[in-house]
Design a protein around this ligand. Structure first.
Ligand SMILES: Nc1ncnc2c1ncn2[C@@H]1O[C@H](COP(=O)(O)OP(=O)(O)OP(=O)(O)O)[C@@H](O)[C@H]1O
Ligand SMILES: [Mg+2]
Length: 498
């Protein structure tokens, strides 16, 4: 572990080696007497001998005389720089050979000079300061090394995360064998390669987000950023500053310049979610950006060029919004260079089993459950249900079931489904349901549920409408009408496998 600067105990200084070089033994002795109790002192009477010591000892501070036989002090200290660049160097000087001294100081070869004779206390202070500087430098080196390691780790983590993200948003994680979804994947694949502006439409929870990310992460811009902004989440001026940035002082509270998302996404993709919720003036601004490929931050007179791929999404019937004057037609056409329409889940019920299994596989181990599948009856219900919240609702339902399931449950049965999805089970409207539940219900609904149940049961039992109508004691045509009115699906009517 590294210690905190300043917390180094005084006694630790004894670890520091101080090398003193002077041709006068008396001077060496005197310095040893001044500093010897605090530090490990090494002495030499000439440069050559001192260099030898430097080879074998760990020296933090070198104090050298300037005028010596053989190597001069400045020459010696130059060699010290080569051998041990970290050691702090100080010069002793008896008379003022100022020009060489100043040169040495300016060249950074010496930390400071001490003039002879010196005050012992002053020398102690100088040495202590020099060693503090040494400790600080050593600590900086350590910190820099730590920082390098941390950066390296961050780079590795980023790479890992990027791979993860790419994996998560690749097509392999988007489920959909239905012809309708295969068409969606096809278009997505094709336009991912291009810079075309894409408008993704579809009801809530159909996977618009997922497709937007797949467009980015499978395309050539994947190394740059994907930034998403929900246009419904912010009031207009905030949204403007978020998307286009602002200059300091552009409005109250704009304390500093801020880059907008268009600028941040340069080279990458910006995802404008809920584009249908934008105000007319925002629509004008967006149109300009799309036309000119440049943005002007709030409060700035200059524009910023940016190469950004725009993907937008809306859960609204955008064509109707245009017809009714709530969405600018010109922006609509700019936006929908390519339109990807994701069909609601009820229009591709064949995707339900794979999606349900996909979510179960994801969530069940995470919650420590053994759940691996569904009973036929439960799956029938999942397929038959309308899913107004689409895939998100299905995902939530599977999560809810997993959370509530017993630790040993292996299959999801019909009784584990939410009541509104399960629908009225056989006999549930009469007899089996606790009487206390009955008054809570709307009577017409309860009667409808009962009818629904009886129809499904007798259809499954008899396999044909004529025979089912007979069993129920009603005309075949009435049965037909009721099936339609109650929106009973073919899947619900099909005989159950036992
Ligand atoms: N085809 C799919 N395969 C796997 N998971 C899906 C699929 N479609 C949607 N999901 C999942 O369903 C959830 C909802 O999807 P998403 O957020 O993309 O919907 P959305 O269309 O953006 O909805 P909203 O309009 O409400 O923003 C997400 O958790 C997503 O991972
Ligand atoms: Mg979304």
């Amino acid at each position: 572990m590294t210690e905190i600067e300043g917390a180094r105990p005084e006694g630790d200084r004894a670890q520091y080696g101080v090398l003193v070089v002077d041709d006068e033994e008396a001077i060496l002795e005197s310095i040893e007497m001044t500093l010897g109790t605090e530090y490990r002192i090494f002495t030499a009477t000439n440069g050559e001998a001192a260099l030898e010591i430097l080879d074998h000892e760990s020296i933090a501070l070198v104090i050298s005389d300037q005028v010596m036989p053989g190597m001069t002090g400045v020459e010696f200290l130059e060699r010290v720089v080569e051998k041990n660049p970290k050691a702090i160097r100080m010069m002793l000087t008896g008379y003022a050979d100022m020009s060489s001294l100043i040169r040495a100081i300016n060249d950074g070869r010496i930390y400071r000079y001490i003039s002879k004779p010196w005050e012992p206390d002053a020398l102690r202070v100088d040495v202590r300061r020099a060693l503090d500087a040494y400790a600080l430098a050593a600590r900086n080196v350590e910190l820099a090394a730590d920082l390098e390691v941390a950066n390296e780790r961050l780079r590795a983590e980023n790479l890992y995360l990027r791979r993860e993200v790419e994996g998560r948003y690749s097509f392999s994680e988007i489920i959909g064998d239905s012809a309708a979804m295969q068409k969606v994947f096809d278009i997505t694949h094709k336009v991912a390669e291009t810079d075309a502006t894409v408008l993704i439409t579809g009801e809530t929870g159909t996977g618009k987000d997922l497709i937007a990310r797949a467009l980015h992460y499978t395309g050539p811009r994947k190394e740059a950023r994907f930034v998403a902004q929900n246009c419904a989440a912010l009031p207009e001026t905030l949204l403007e500053s978020e998307l286009f940035g602002h200059r300091r002082g552009a409005f109250t509270g704009a304390h500093a310049d801020k880059k907008g998302l268009f600028e941040l996404a340069n080279g990458g993709t910006i995802f404008l979610d809920e584009i249908g919720e934008t105000d007319p003036s925002m629509q004008v601004r967006l149109l300009r950006v799309l036309q000119d490929g440049e943005v002007r931050p709030l409060g700035s007179s200059e524009t910023v060029q940016c190469s950004v791929r725009v993907v937008a999404a809306t859960h609204r019937e955008i064509r109707r919004e245009v017809d009714e004057g709530r969405f600018r037609e010109d922006l609509y056409y700019r936006m929908r260079v390519v339109e990807i329409r994701i069909p609601p889940l009820r229009e591709r019920r064949e995707d339900v089993p794979a999606l349900a299994h996909h979510f179960l596989d994801k969530v069940s181990p995470r919650m420590g459950r053994k759940l691996t599948g569904f009973t036929n009856a439960a799956m029938d219900r999942l397929i038959a249900y309308e899913w107004p919240g689409n895939v998100r609702e299905l995902e939530n339902e599977i999560e809810r079931i997993s959370a509530l399931a017993g630790h040993d449950d292996e299959a999801i049965g019909i009784e584990m489904l939410s009541e509104h999805i399960r629908g009225p089970g056989p006999g549930s409207a009469i007899g089996l349901s606790p009487p206390s539940a009955v008054p809570e219900r709307d009577m017409n609904r309860a009667v409808d549920e009962l009818k629904r149940d009886m129809i499904i049961e007798s259809m499954r039992f008899s396999g044909s409408k004529t025979r089912a109508a007979e069993r129920l004691g009603i005309p075949r045509q009435s049965l037909q009408k009721m099936i339609k009115r109650l929106e009973i699906t073919q899947a619900e009517l099909a005989p159950v496998e036992k």
